[in-house]
Design a binder for this molecule. Structure first.
Ligand SMILES: Nc1ncnc2c1ncn2[C@@H]1O[C@H](COP(=O)(O)OP(=O)(O)OP(=O)(O)O)[C@@H](O)[C@H]1O
Ligand SMILES: [Mg+2]
Length: 605
């Protein structure tokens, strides 16, 4: 039997699990640790690249060559706002630059090596693979890897690539909250269906998903989040607080001192973690913060209340996506029967309290927030390996997908449709002897494609000469189980076919997605009016076409006055008075059809 690993490739920590003895089990590393810090560094002692706990331990000595939070850069472009924001805010202490190998991409420097985010992630995956192999005593070459639900295509593709680079065949890229639910729900298969909210706040990303689990297939009703929000942000706020406490000239010096900043980051995170169980902590750094620094023997006190005040904005930022997800799932908050907390940052009491207040019920704390995602990946892995777990799963499309039809969005797959999904629609040519059609693919909720985001496009050529509207071009949108979109067009007459996969790194950021949803909501009334107008234009266009054909083919069978009226009506029809003419044209079409059908009846008698 093939064994498939379940891997949670986290921003801060990663974990690996496998299905054993009828349940998912976390695999510890050779030192017995369950979590592997997602850190890759150059060991100054021997110039070797080290990964995980060892890399984390030397982080502060070696800030230029210690790569952490690489997940933030997966599948992103160097010039993207979120990337630039991180760099400017000095949150990232290692060198990040535009890739020389792939234009627009990202590379980070580890000593004199330049690695892409995929290559860095591959090193983490390699370590997890090696640890698993040491534990199991044999080689494993397949894995299910989790990603935040809100990761777009290029981020998912980058994750797949990282797996491949690590020598793993990635059998599935699975959304983290879905994985959490799988780990939670696989034992409850025979129970009645439940609606569950998964609130996942890790080191660098926030996800909220609303799922239905229990008898029958699992279903993700809605998902939302922010791939740039997490515990790291809180660490950063504590570093800022420490710097403000130090103040003056020393503060300015420290802001430029990478080694000191790296030490402060470690101290800040530790203080934050300790404040989940203590009311106050001392932030102490003995000796000097760095060789260049004059700040010595740092000793400050931080209270839980102070930290709570700092966290307020972050907490509020997680609640808006919760609201949106409930709205998308069309569920009142009271319908949620269970709230799962995932991610180390949800151990913070203020966050537990905020989630409890929001959902009006105590969150479930029976799952281990740092292990549950890897465990869920192992459940999915078992399902893929054909081991009977009795589960079926359905994820959803986060934004509406469609094509450009005369400047308007023609929906093919509506938002929140479960994946995998295939939907087809037949299109035709707009003018006579048209040789090719262009398929332009868009994502978004607005009526005009100009207000949505273009994902890509292609041209299907080789259409045989024919009158307008005759050729049948079948456009198919397929979203695969990894949430990746494939679009094809097929000329049904000739069988001519073309397909593309959306791998474009220009995909949306979650901030853009949020803006688009908000805009769509604000413009709903305007869009509805435009849609009505568009429908009317479409209707009149059809009527004009039909009446023209009637005149061309059956003129001799119609009374002369009627032909005159139809000709006049067709001449004066202008977009300015559609409304009036639609009634007139409809009447004419009706009268014409009546005349024809009584004529045909007379013929057949
Ligand atoms: N007891 C604790 N109290 C508060 N925060 C904690 C605690 N333990 C861990 N954290 C924080 O949780 C975060 C890491 O969580 P986790 O390991 O779940 O993230 P991740 O899976 O790596 O990230 P992501 O899911 O965003 O990719 C860090 O910011 C860490 O400081
Ligand atoms: Mg996580």
């Amino acid at each position: 039997m093939t064994e498939i690993l379940g891997i949670d490739l986290g921003t801060t920590n990663s974990a690996v699990a496998i299905w054993r003895d009828g349940k998912p089990q976390i695999i510890p590393d050779t030192d017995g640790y369950i979590l592997t810090p997602s850190v890759v560094a150059l060991d100054p002692a021997n110039g070797q690249v080290v990964v995980g706990r060892r890399a984390y331990a030397i982080a502060a000595e070696n800030p230029h060559s210690t790569i952490y939070s690489i997940k933030r850069f997966m599948g992103r472009r160097f010039l993207e706002d979120v990337v630039q924001e991180d760099l400017q805010k000095c949150r990232i202490l290692y060198e990040v630059e535009e890739s020389k190998r792939r234009r627009g991409g990202i590379e980070v420097a580890v000593g004199d090596k330049h690695l892409t985010p995929q290559e860095v992630s591959a090193k983490i995956l390699q370590k997890l693979k090696a640890d698993a192999e040491a534990f199991l005593g044999h080689e494993v070459t397949q894995a299910v890897i989790t990603v935040p639900a809100y990761f777009h295509d290029s981020q998912r593709q980058a994750t797949r690539d990282a797996g491949r680079l690590a020598g793993l065949e990635v059998k599935r890229v699975l959304s983290e909250p879905t994985a959490a639910c799988l780990a939670f729900g696989y034992k409850k298969l025979t129970q009645a269906r439940q609606k569950i909210a998964v609130y996942d706040l890790g080191g660098g990303t926030f996800d909220i998903s609303i799922l239905e689990v229990g008898r029958g297939p699992f279903r993700v009703r809605a998902t939302n989040g922010n791939t740039h929000l997490g515990g790291d942000d809180l660490d950063q706020l504590i570093v800022k607080w420490i710097l403000d406490e130090i103040g003056g000239e020393k503060k300015s010096q420290l802001q430029e001192d990478l080694i000191a900043l790296a030490h402060l980051r470690v101290a800040a995170e530790q203080a934050k973690i300790d404040l989940s169980s203590e009311d106050e902590v001392r932030v102490q750094i003995a000796q000097s913060l760095s060789p260049a620094s004059t700040v010595r023997n740092l000793d400050l006190t931080l209270t839980r209340a102070q930290l709570q005040a700092m966290a307020e904005v972050l907490i509020t930022q997680t609640l808006a996506p919760c609201r949106q997800a409930l709205q998308d799932a069309r569920l009142p908050v009271d319908d949620i029967q269970e709230v799962l907390l995932v991610g180390g940052q949800t151990r913070m009491p203020a966050i537990r309290k905020a989630v409890e207040d929001f959902f009006g019920k105590e969150p479930n704390v029976t799952v281990n927030p740092e292990e549950v995602v890897a465990q869920g990946a192992a459940v999915q892995a078992a399902m893929l390996a054909g081991i009977a777990t009795g589960l079926k799963l359905a994820d959803v499309v986060p934004l509406t997908l469609g094509v450009n039809s005369k400047g308007r969005m023609d929906t093919i797959i509506p938002r929140n449709t479960p994946v995998p999904v295939v939907k087809t629609k037949i299109y035709s040519t707009a003018y006579e002897n048209q040789e090719s059609v262009e398929v332009q693919i868009y994502q978004g909720e607005r009526l005009l494609v100009a207000d949505n985001v273009k994902l890509g496009g292609f041209i299907l050529g080789g259409i045989e000469p024919a009158p307008a509207g005759e050729p049948e071009i079948e456009v198919a949108f397929r979203v695969d189980p990894d949430g990746i979109l494939h679009v094809s067009a097929k000329d049904l007459r000739t069988g001519n076919f073309k397909e593309i996969t959306i791998t474009d790194s220009m995909r949306l950021t979650e901030a853009e997605i949020k803006d688009m949803l908000r805009e769509a909501e604000e413009c709903a009334a305007e869009d509805a009016a435009m849609r009505q107008q568009a429908e009317m234009e479409e209707q009149i266009e059809q009527l004009v076409k039909r009446l023209k054909r009637l005149l061309a083919e059956k003129k001799g069978m119609l009374p002369e006055e009627m032909v005159t009226v139809i000709c006049e009506a067709l001449e004066v029809t202008s977009p300015a008075d559609w409304q009036e003419h639609v009634v007139l044209l409809e009447n004419l079409w009706q009268q014409g059809s009546d005349v024809l059908s009584s004529w045909e009846k007379g013929q057949s008698v």
